[in-house]
Design a protein around this ligand. Structure first.
Ligand code: ZN
Length: 344
């Protein structure tokens, strides 16, 4: 199979091979100083770190580079979501590959078993990989003559609060209904958002900040789309609530429904209960796999590895301004709350 990736490949087995793999990806022109941006660097021989209780002999540090301009030392993981982790880099690369290659995601327990780490560690690693998966192309979706489908779905929660077309037949009410609104360009990218409540205001906010107004908007007949629909070049409405599933060549929301179908199978079947606090991390994961669906598993994994740089510091800065570059990633850091609050 062309698409098959050998999980026994050296980069998944040895920390050295993993580091060389990441270096080749992130430093195509050689070491790049994350502190000052200089390419003028000297690779240092492996060195023994400070002696500690846990490591009386001192840990051997490999891959250390000395910047010839700012004189600081760094390795390829500085400034990435893998920075300062105690988990070997080859396990990070394997975790990344597994999450990228699993259509519906992978549970934290399964990941823990496959990596030989604790559930708590797997949970932290997976959330960091989701950071790497974040789309940083912030430009508007759609454009002149382009159709953007918008739709909403619910994860768990009270059936009575849902739009008529989204209610299950034999579902009981429950607590913690969570709504996700997604936008998808036909044959293009998806962006999904966790919203507190599906109101006209919430839908408008998501739509006007993400979709070019020259686009054609295609939605179901949720009343929340009516007013904002007038702000776009055109607005097609598919009336699900009347049982009228229009499947004409143009007036449909099949694209977004396909995305939601994968998303829901993953959230329900793999992750089971996703807490409100973390739902947006999971939407990031499903968006990423959808948006890279034309890549093979290897290419998709490489894409996430490329995205591993820069994200970590942003997450940390958001919660703890001025504290970038200080956190050890092995324990609970401000950006990543405890596993008890999460799921899967
Ligand atoms: Zn430097």
């Amino acid at each position: 199979m062309e698409n098959a990736v050998d999980i026994f490949a050296p980069r998944f087995q040895s920390a050295d091979a993993a580091r060389e793999h990441l270096e080749a990806l992130h430093w195509p022109e050689g070491p790049f100083c994350p502190h000052c941006g200089s390419l003028n660097a000297t690779r240092l021989p492996a060195q023994r770190g400070r002696k500690t209780k846990a490591h009386p002999e001192g840990v051997i540090r490999k891959g250390v580079v000395q910047c010839n301009d700012c004189r600081k030392q760094y390795t390829v993981t500085v400034g990435t979501v893998f920075e300062s982790s105690k988990v070997a880099l080859n396990k990070w690369l394997l975790a990344n590959h597994l999450l990228c290659a699993s259509k519906k995601g992978m549970s934290g327990h399964q990941m823990a078993r496959m990596l030989g780490v604790t559930y708590k560690t797997a949970w932290f690693m997976m959330h960091r990989i989701r950071e790497a998966m974040k789309d940083t192309h912030e430009g508007p979706m759609g454009g002149h003559g382009v159709t953007v489908e918008a739709d909403e779905t619910y994860v768990g929660g009270k059936e009575m609060n849902k739009h008529a077309s989204k209610r299950g037949k034999n579902m009981q009410g429950g607590k913690g209904k969570q709504a996700v609104v997604a936008l998808v360009e036909r044959d293009g990218h998806v962006r999904s958002f966790h919203v507190a409540k599906v109101t006209g205001e919430a839908l408008r906010s998501v739509l006007v900040t993400n979709v070019d107004r020259g686009s054609w908007l295609m939605t179901d007949d949720h009343s929340g789309y009516k007013s904002v629909g007038k702000e776009f070049t055109g607005h097609g409405i598919v009336k699900h609530s009347l049982g009228e599933y229009v499947r004409a060549t143009y007036f449909h929301t099949n694209t977004i429904e396909n995305f939601f179908s994968i998303f829901k199978r993953g959230i329900i079947g793999v992750y089971h209960h996703v807490s409100e606090a973390h739902l947006s991390r999971y939407t990031t994961e499903f968006d990423f796999r959808y948006n890279t669906r034309k890549l093979n598993d290897f290419e998709r994994s490489e894409e996430a590895l490329m995205g591993s740089r820069g994200k970590r510091l942003i997450a940390q800065n958001a919660r703890n301004p001025g504290a970038a570059n200080t956190g050890a990633l092995s324990g609970a850091t401000p950006a990543f709350p405890s596993p008890g609050a999460g799921a899967g």
